[in-house]
Write a protein that binds this ligand. Structure first.
Ligand code: 5AD
Ligand code: SF4
Length: 458
């Protein structure tokens, strides 16, 4: 399928200019994953393309956009709380335009809730309608009616949306959208729809531009990057795409996320080994160490197969570091199941571990499973896992002391005079400033306290 090209809506720009006396200021806040962050950058890009300025604070904004996440209940509750708090601002400024978008409004019941319980919200739309924002703004202003867009599934890809990136040296680059995996706990396939890949030529063109613009840290994004290319009609898998991008000359590193273990291949590891442009870090979410739970999660791999791939990666790229997501307290998870997760975490030695207590998502198969384990027990399991992980990190970071590592300098840290730099593995090192922001530098690690590394530039 051919992508659609974004076109500028001149009428919307004129409508906005006429409605606000001075150029309206836009404030976009994204919750959740990097895909959402990238969508938020496009939303701000579209608004600035219509003549808006960027508000630094919520209170200074004429247009507020909350780009939401639906992956866990906690994330949704936060959004409802944050949106609720906007009521006061709206009372002070009737021209304030409030939009809520992203994954939450991809669920019909959420649209209903905003429609009936949040009358001060002007526009609600889902992930597939970002390019329609100018139209929706016109409808709101000219039609004098709230715009509550029902969830819809977008099957095409929109290219060339304006974008206002958050950073001048770190960029997100989506290579595919949606997810076809239907892990039994996960809402993503329902809200973000079926998997569709961008054409490799479009990705390459954006990538080259990023490198030419001086971006140093480029992360390829997809819910499951390893199934890149499915249905695209190009003879190219994810490893091939990665190799093609890494062949672009320049001073940068590439990362990617997320890899699904069922589709991650030895070829991918070999490709990572073959280029200095590719960060030696693998985010490979395991979710659980128990085969029973993995099966109930519909993950389609076993712990043994997962470990085999990790072992291969460790042999092939000794300096590689790993990170993972784990869900604790999936319905029916027993103490025995959980011990297998603990065992796996000790064995792999992740540099970073993102742990979540299972959150029931309406409409997913797991939501129908009996879930007898008390919340307190789940919280205790997570605490056990965090303690194991802390010990692992302590060991891994202690081993870095005395070594020289490449960092991308990010900017001044919280302590005056101190700058922070990010390693390949996403760990942060604090160094005495000044340091060249947005540039690569080498640092000698002098101390490690848990995950906090301190060093100095060499
Ligand atoms: N409950 C808890 N965690 C979840 N995740 C996805 N869905 C749920 C859920 N229903 C976690 C997974 C995934 C990460 C992005 O969020 O670990 O890898
Ligand atoms: Fe959700 Fe699984 Fe798809 Fe990841 S791979 S987005 S966890 S369904």
């Amino acid at each position: 399928m051919n992508p659609v090209n974004f076109t500028r809506n001149e009428h919307a720009a004129a409508v906005l200019a006429a409605y606000y006396e001075t150029p309206p200021m836009a404030y976009v806040h994204s919750f959740g994953c990097q895909q959402n962050v990238n969508d938020g950058e496009k939303i701000l890009g579209i608004l600035m393309d219509l003549g808006c300025g960027q508000a630094q604070r919520l209170e200074d904004a004429d247009i507020i956009v909350f780009n939401t996440c639906a992956v866990r209940e906690h994330a949704e509750q936060r959004v409802f709380g944050n949106v609720g708090a906007l009521k006061k601002l709206k009372e002070q400024n009737p021209r304030l335009m409030i939009a809520v978008c992203g994954c939450m409004p991809q669920q019909a019941h959420v649209v209903e809730k905003f429609k009936h319980s949040y009358p001060f919200v002007d526009i609600v739309f889902g992930t597939g309608a970002i390019d329609r924002l100018p139209e929706m703004i016109c409808q709101r202003i000219e039609g004098h009616k709230r715009v509550m867009r029902q969830p819809e599934e977008r099957t095409d890809i929109v290219e060339h949306m304006p974008i206002r990136r958050d950073s001048a040296f770190r960029a997100w680059l989506p290579i595919m959208y949606g997810c076809d995996n239907f892990c039994s706990y996960c809402i993503v396939p329902y809200v973000r729809g079926r998997e569709r890949s961008r054409r490799s030529a479009d990705i390459l063109a954006e990538f080259r531009q990023l490198v030419a613009d001086g971006y140093k840290d480029i992360t390829l994004l997809g819910q499951n990057v390893n199934s890149y290319g499915k249905g695209l009609g190009e003879e190219l898998d994810f490893a091939d795409l990665l190799a093609m991008l890494a062949a672009v000359p320049g001073d940068y590193r590439i990362r990617f996320m997320t890899s699904h273990p069922k589709d991650a291949t030895k070829k991918l590891i070999d490709t990572m080994a073959s280029s200095d442009h590719i960060a030696k870090h693998l985010h490979l979410p395991v979710q659980s160490g128990s085969d029973t739970i993995l099966q109930a999660m519909n993950r389609r791999y076993t712990a043994a197969r997962y470990l085999e791939l990790i072992d291969y990666a460790k042999q092939t790229i000794p300096e590689m570091t790993y990170s993972s997501d784990i869900i604790v307290g999936f319905p029916g998870e027993t103490e025995e199941d959980f011990r297998r997760t603990e065992e796996l975490v000790r064995r792999v030695e992740y540099m970073q571990l993102f742990t979540f207590i299972y959150s029931k998502r309406a409409g997913t198969p797991a939501a129908r499973l009996p879930d007898p384990t008390p919340h307190a027990e789940k919280a205790a399991r997570i605490a056990r896992l965090v303690a194991i992980q802390d010990a692992v990190v302590e060991k891994l970071t202690a081993a870095l002391v005395g070594t020289e590592v490449q960092v991308l300098v990010e900017g001044p840290g919280r302590t005056p005079g101190v700058f922070t730099g990010r390693l390949d593995n996403n760990m942060v090192v604090e160094v005495p400033g000044p340091a060249p922001v947005g540039q690569f530098a080498f640092a000698r690690i002098e101390s490690a306290k848990g995950a906090v590394l301190k060093g100095r530039l060499v």
